[in-house]
Design a protein around this ligand. Structure first.
Ligand code: ZN
Length: 84
């Protein structure tokens, strides 16, 4: 049994998505009130998606990268993985 270790990546595709959302929001401000509301929602969505994408999971036994917390067995060392 090993616990899945979660690590946050600060420079990666997730951060890129968050920055894109921020740019989108700033641009939307030039489209009036309704434009900025849509832009703000888009930014929030990008922020949530981005923070999910920047999370990386590792096997607690061998530090092999696993795709998500729904992975139950480590493909490298065959340890049974539990969610933290
Ligand atoms: Zn492993």
């Amino acid at each position: 049994m090993a616990e899945i270790i979660t690590k946050k990546d600060f420079i990666g595709i997730g951060t890129l998505v968050q920055v894109a959302g921020l740019v989108l929001m700033v641009v939307s401000f030039s489209f009036g009130t309704s434009g900025s509301i849509v832009g703000f929602i888009a930014f929030l969505a990008c922020f949530v998606i981005g923070s999910k994408m920047s999370k990386k999971y590792y096997c607690g036994a061998c530090m092999n990268r696993v795709e998500s917390t729904s992975v139950t067995v480590c493909p490298a060392c065959r340890s049974e993985l539990t969610e933290p």
